[in-house]
Design a binder for this molecule. Structure first.
Ligand SMILES: *Cc1c(COP(=O)(O)O)cnc(C)c1O
Length: 432
């Protein structure tokens, strides 16, 4: 008899978890079909189908795997950029039920200021801004700004700032998808005030921080303060996209632009992502003058790029809380990192090497964050990625580097145990 004929039927499988699983029937059916198909392909034996199905049905409703980021890259796009603090997670969880996101509880009427709480928290942290608007992400903030201030007209930008931000997304194409014509001025490496002055018919000037690459050598660009003068002379709006979201200068990242400085130098609006160096949820934050923000709020696109209440709550909490994981990892004390790395190496039998972390996620390109790593056999990388939680190190030059910069200190022991387990497994495979 064909052993595949002994694969348990769907209704039999569903009955096994009837009382224990909180997954929907449709999800359980799909799961059952998955496991049955694996058995038909010979990947698992028909006798194991019940156990595999029950195990998978008990895994819960989300299948995203938590990752311990041992790469040393603080804002790592592939693992979801900024990790949220416990307080921000709690805020999201509270906001998951009914909340007063668009309600004035005092007056008992609808409040027009959706997200007022997050806006106020941003303004308290960045007093240089008169008002703030939070939208879905950095790209939508840019799209909304371009549409609000240059719709049906020209937007002038330096050629050196026409960047691709990753996964094939190009800022120029994004902007042109609004009814805006881009006027490129200057050259890749040098742009001068006169280049912008010639584009006096443009409705707005856009300055973008080329956050994921650097032009070195013979370069020139025009400062926000200089652009303000040109914009004043031509009656233009000045939009600044800083990309990574520093609110104030950070001495650790001297080349990274910040919102406070750009606003003080005369930007009408500054926009950036919430989940890069700000260390919050995915969001597009716009800070600027009362007038400019009011205009953006009124544009029809504002509704299309609206942010949800969960992330508004997380953003407000991120702004109000003292502890921010992204900031802590960025500013990790090298002496402490060295100690932790040595302790890890002693437990797992690897070598301690100097290792530079990076900001990542399109921020401070090429800027090293000096630290350490435990150097291990590259072969271990796969087993560690398959661990739960997954442990993601950096594979480089045929070696696996485990950098503890972005690992919460209370998870050092877990990382050590996982590596020891992976080493033992690999040794077992060699013996076998
Ligand atoms: C990251 C980035 C964006 C896009 O922001 P998202 O939040 O990813 O949509 C836009 N401009 C610059 C300069 C960036 O660095």
């Amino acid at each position: 008899m064909d052993p595949r004929r002994s694969i348990p039927r769907t209704d039999e499988l569903l009955m096994l978890v009837d009382a224990t699983s909180n997954l929907s029937t449709a999800t359980l059916k799909a799961l059952a079909h998955d496991v049955q198909a694996a058995a038909r392909r010979g990947e698992i034996s028909p006798e194991d189908v019940r156990d595999v199905f029950v195990a998978r049905a008990s895994q819960g409703a989300t299948t995203l795997t938590p990752v311990i980021n041992a790469t040393g890259v603080v804002v790592h796009t592939n693992v979801g950029r900024a990790p949220l603090s416990t307080g921000a997670v709690e805020a999201m969880s509270r906001a998951a039920a009914y909340v007063d996101v668009e309600m004035d509880l005092d007056a008992g009427v609808r409040s027009r200021e959706r997200g007022k709480q997050a806006t106020e928290a941003l303004l308290a942290t960045c007093p240089a801004a008169e008002d703030a608007l939070v939208v879905n992400n950095g790209a939508s903030a840019l799209l909304l700004a371009a549409a609000t201030f240059a719709e049906g007209g020209d937007l002038v930008i330096s050629r050196g700032e026409l960047i691709e931000i990753g996964a094939g997304f190009r800022l120029p194409e994004l902007i042109e998808s609004a009814r805006v014509r881009l006027v490129e001025v200057g050259a890749t490496n040098r742009t001068h005030p006169a280049d912008y002055e010639r584009a006096h018919e443009a409705k707005a000037i856009l300055k973008v921080h080329p956050s994921n690459y650097r032009v070195e050598g013979f370069t020139a660009s025009v400062s926000v303060a200089q652009l303000r003068e040109i914009a004043n002379a031509n009656g233009q709006t000045l939009i600044v996209d800083t990309g990574s979201g520093l609110l104030a200068p950070d001495p650790l990242l001297p080349d990274e632009p910040d919102a406070t400085t750009a606003l003080k130098q005369g930007a009408d609006v500054v926009l950036f992502s919430g989940d890069k160096l700000l260390g919050g949820p995915q969001a597009g934050v716009v800070l600027g003058t009362r007038e400019a923000i009011a205009k953006m709020r009124k544009h029809p696109l504002a509704r299309a790029v609206r942010i949800d209440k969960l992330r508004l709550a997380a953003l407000e909490a991120t702004m109000r809380l003292a502890y921010n994981p992204t900031h802590a990892y960025l500013h990790a004390d090298p002496a402490v990192l060295k100690q932790r790395t040595e302790a890890l190496a002693a437990k797992v039998g690897g070598t301690v090497v100097a290792h530079d972390g990076r900001v990542g996620g399109g921020g401070a390109p090429g800027h090293p964050l000096p630290g350490y790593a435990v150097e291990l056999d590259e072969e271990l990388a796969h087993a560690l990625r398959r661990h739960d939680p997954a442990i993601l190190g950096r594979v480089h030059g045929g070696r696996l580097l485990i950098d503890l910069r972005c690992v919460p200190e209370d998870q050092d022991a877990l990382v050590a145990a996982a590596i020891v387990e992976a080493v033992d497994e690999a040794a077992g495979e060699v013996r076998a």
